[in-house]
Ligand binder design. Sequence first.
Ligand SMILES: [Fe+2]
Ligand SMILES: [Fe+2]
Length: 227
Amino acid sequence: MRHDAEPEVLNTSLNDETALREYARPYDTYRPGLVPRVLGWFLVACGDLVYGKKPSYLKFRSVEVIARVPYQSWESAVYTLLTLFYSSEERAMELCKLSRFANLAKDNETMHVVVISQFEKRDRKHGVFLRTVIPMIFAFFYYWAAYWLYLISRRAALELNYLFEQHAFAQYSEFVEKNADALKAKSAESAYLAWYGRPCANQYEFFRSVRNDELIHRNRSIEEIER
Ligand SMILES: [Fe+2]
Ligand SMILES: [Fe+2]
């Protein structure tokens, strides 16, 4: 298996709808500050403008290209900050804990984008501009915005991520709910998924597991603030 087993156990437990609601409840009503709310609105509005409001393979692919970016930005920001706090074990441990979460989430988001890219290719061919150029340009600017935001305000950076992950969770929930039968009939065969260690019998199981991942990322973002 490519990664830690613990997040996979939590992910599988969220297939149960009652467990999912219970897990989501503590942070369903969390209200981020004004700056993350404005930035979050801007991110979602840009995505809707280019890819439409409705969930689709193409939109998910772009969302995933962008979703993995802040985790790497945070790791870089933590790396930068560590140079200032080598002499404080307490601060160093705080920073490394965030870095560990970011690392796991980054690998997880990479799995999403690689596997969804395969599904999107099988489903329909889109032009290089929508598939690659737009998400790449967006990811470039988002990387630096997330890096500086983390250095300026750790809370704002994590709250912005909460909003982005909440949006992703809502989109996957809608997709899984509305297309359950069609997704159950589609193969989720993927060498990368097998290597990652997440067995899925069909695309319904896969997208349900991605929905669960996004909720875990959402909650963990706020747990990091509260820790
Ligand atoms: Fe994702
Ligand atoms: Fe996520």
